[in-house]
Write a protein that binds this ligand. Sequence first.
Ligand code: NAP
Ligand code: ZN
Ligand code: ZN
Length: 347
Amino acid sequence: MSSVKAYGAESATTPIVPLTIERREPKPHDVQIEIRYCGVCHSDLHTARNEWGNAIYPCVPGHEIVGVVTAVGSHVKKFKVGDRAGVGCLVDSCRECANCKDGLEQFCHSGAVFSYGSPERDGSGITHGGYSQSIVTHEDFVLHIADNLPLDAAAPLLCAGITTYSPLKYWKVGKGTKVGVLGLGGLGHMGVKLAVAMGAEVTMLSHSPSKEKDAKRLGAHRFVLTSDAAQVKEVTGYFDFILDTVSAEHDYNFYLGLLRTNGTMVCVGVPPSPTPVAAFSIIFGRKSLAGSLIGGLPETQEMLDFCAEHNIVSDIELIRMDEINEAYERMVKGDVRYRFVIDMATL
Ligand code: NAP
Ligand code: ZN
Ligand code: ZN
C-alpha cells in the first residue's frame, strides 16, 4: 500500500478537506494512474452530503478521472507507462453475469463497484475516487483517451459524457429526432453537444434565462425558458425525446406534457426526494418515462472515440483543489459553466 494525498468529506455536514488515503500496489492486471484532472459531478455533492442516504465516510468523491499511466502490472496488455488514461464511475464488476457479458457492467447482478463509496469485491475496503493524486484500477475498467482531446476538458466525458451518450444511443436519437435537453449543467451541456452531433434537432429547456446565449453557442437550435408559459406552450406535445438532467426536485408531469404521442422522457438527474407521477401524464399519448445509469465500459470507449472524431469535449472551468467547497456552493445555485474540473497539480 502507499499513502496518497486526497480530498474528501468526513461527514455529511462538514466540508471537503485534505485527507490521506491508501492505494494498493498494482496487481498483475492493474494500471496505476497519476491523476492530472478530475471533473466535479453533481453526484459527488449528492454523495458527500449524503443526500441519497448511501454515503460511507470518509468519502473521497470524483469519477471523471484522467491522467497518465505511471505503472502497470505484469499481465496488463491494454496500457503502458506514459499512456493517457481515464477512469469513470465503474472500477470493478463480476464479469460473468448476463449484464457484464453484454457490456452493461453498471447493472452487474452482483453489484457494480463504483469509483467511490463502494465496497471492493475482495473485501479490502471502500473505494476512493479521483479527488486524489493517483488511482490503481483493473485494466478492464480503464479507458483510452485519444491524443487530440485536451485532457482537462475530456475529463467530464467519463461521467457527464457517457451518461448522456448512452440514452441518446439506446433510444436511437438521430437525424430528425426532436430532442429536449432539460437542465443546462454538466450533463445537460454534454447532452446538447452529443445530440447535435448525432443529427438531432435540439431544444434547451432551462430555468435560467442567463443561459440562453450559451445554449445556442453549444449548438442548441432553440432555447425555452421553462418558467415562461408562452414559450412552454409552443413546445407542448412537441418532443420525441426529453433528456432530464435536473438535480433538484421538479415536476415530471409538467415535462411529460411536452412529449408528443409515443415520446419518451429519460431521467438521468437524480433529485434526492421522489416526485409523484400521475398515470394520466403517460396514458394520454402512450408516453414513456424511463431512466438510464451512466454506461458500460464498451460504450464508454465508443463515446470517447465518438468525441475524438467529432472534436467534442466539455466546456470547463478549471479550479484549484482547495476551491472545491466554493464550487459545490455554485453548483447548488446552478452556476456552473458548464463543468468544474480540478487541476490535480494544485493538490
Ligand atoms: P449540474 O451541473 O449541477 O446541473 C444540474 C442542472 O439542473 C442545473 O444547471 C440547472 O439547469 C438544473 N437545475 C438545478 N436546480 C434546479 C431546480 N431547482 N429546478 C430546475 N432546474 C434545476 O449537475 P450535473 O452534474 O449535470 O448532474 C445532474 C444530475 O444528474 C444530478 O442529480 C446527478 O447526480 C445526476 N447524474 C446521474 C447520472 C446517471 O447515471 N443517471 C450520472 C451523473 C450524474 P438550468 O439552470 O438550465 O435550469
Ligand atoms: Zn457523475
Ligand atoms: Zn456482473
